[in-house]
Design a protein around this ligand. Structure first.
Ligand SMILES: *Cc1c(COP(=O)(O)O)cnc(C)c1O
Length: 400
């Protein structure tokens, strides 16, 4: 087959304001780090960079776990890594489901021969720890899995309370922190989390391509005591960890430049401070929601269960979902997410994640949305921007 190279233009994606469910905007420092020379995956300089990345990652996860690494793949590869390493055929695995990502975990558990026990909550609501307790009392479980921040709905589940249930029944506790990590508190050790996986492109604001994963000593015990080999060669943590550990044993070629980028994104987080970063996410979320509600829009999730980094708002009556999202992108360069599954056409998912989580984005989005809805003839109230402004005025750190 022949191609004419002249047909293919220079790459020029243009700028976007990424306010969807991920990826978020990437700071230029991270992109610059990524453009550094590619060196060997066993080069002494690169091995130092790996060590530093692990240290920074332990800080982000708030853990002492020695197995704390990044899996070479997106968030879903971290999900698969945790499950293939910690579940053996026949193990009872309780998965909490209140959105798309819970169902994805169920799919993997079934594929690897785990005995699936599902605890459901309506989409847009948190998981109720009492439902988990009841299900484990009835059926037992060797592993309990939950999605902390359900990006498909904007609901936040009470991880610390579900962790207590896991301890009561002696189950390992696995948490999906893909969207929460870097945007709200995820403290593995104090929350009693045995295994967690994240993604780089949400509140960490690094391009997609790596999945930070951490296993507690209890999780390591389960892994080392397996009767059957880990069913995935690529994701087998006993082998991957001997590359990240002192042996430096080649397993697969690390994605060198992605790890540069990840380390830079983690450095930026350490410079800002975790508490400060979580507070910034809460503040901008508060302003966005005040603006939307002042315009007369309604949120999907009850206030005490809402995520700070992902807000699901009901699409107002008379609005053309696809046309509105297309106008946001084409006229204002803003990307937001639509609904998934039963929520398709019913909600928008507005992300304020990591580097994208800033007051100017809240104001640009609210004014863009207002003009689009008015052009579509949708009835909305005045005062969205003023309501958002008031939230910033009331927060002392933003007082001029
Ligand atoms: C995005 C996301 C994933 C999947 O991550 P990918 O990088 O798309 O593979 C898993 N869980 C949650 C909660 C997510 O938001």
């Amino acid at each position: 087959m022949q191609v004419d190279p002249m047909t293919y233009r220079d790459l020029d994606p243009g700028q976007r304001i990424l306010m969807g469910p991920g990826p978020s905007n990437v700071p230029s420092r991270v992109l610059q780090a990524m453009a550094s020379p590619c060196i060997g995956h066993l080069d002494p300089y690169f091995l130092e960079i790996m060590d530093e990345t692990q240290e920074l990652l332990r800080f982000l996860f708030q853990t002492e776990n020695s197995l704390t690494i990044s899996v070479s793949g997106t968030g879903s590869s971290g999900m698969e890594t945790c499950l293939v390493n910690l579940v053996e055929p026949g193990d009872k695995v309780l998965v909490c489901v209140n959105g798309v990502f819970g169902t994805r975990m169920c799919d993997i558990v079934t594929r690897i021969g785990g005995q699936l026990i599902r605890v459901d909550a309506p989409w847009g609501r948190a998981i109720d720890p009492d439902d988990v307790r009841r299900a484990t009392k009835d059926k037992g479980a060797s592993l309990i899995a939950v999605v902390h921040a359900e990006t498909s709905t904007g609901a936040c589940s009470p991880v610390a309370d579900i962790s207590k249930v896991a301890r009561e029944v002696g189950a390992l506790f696995l948490v999906d922190v893909v969207t929460s990590l870097g945007g709200m508190e995820v403290s593995l050790d104090s929350m009693g989390i045995d295994a967690a996986y994240g993604g780089t492109q949400k509140c960490i604001s690094c391009p997609p391509g790596l999945s930070p994963v951490s296993f507690s000593p209890r999780a390591m015990e389960k892994l080392n005591g397996r009767k059957t080999p880990v069913p995935s060669w690529y994701l087998d943590m006993t082998m991957v960890s001997s590359y990240w550990g002192p042996e430096r044993k080649y397993h697969h070629t690390a994605p060198i430049n992605m790890i540069y980028a990840f380390r830079e994104a983690l450095r930026i987080i350490a410079e800002e401070g975790l508490e400060e970063r979580w507070a910034r996410h809460r503040l901008n979320h508060g302003a966005l929601v005040s603006g939307l509600e002042a315009m007369g829009l309604e949120m999907l999730v009850p206030e005490d269960q809402r995520l700070p980094m992902l807000s699901a708002v009901l699409i107002p009556e008379g609005c053309d979902d696809l046309a509105a999202r297309r106008a946001l992108l084409e006229r204002f360069g803003i990307e937001i997410g639509g609904g998934l599954g039963d929520l398709a056409g019913r909600i928008w998912r507005i992300g304020l994640m990591g580097h994208s989580c800033r007051p100017e984005n809240v104001f640009i989005f609210l004014s863009a949305l207002e003009s689009i809805l008015r052009a579509q003839g949708v009835k909305i109230r005045e005062g969205g921007l003023q309501a958002a402004s008031r939230v910033y005025d009331e927060a002392s750190e933003y007082r001029g």
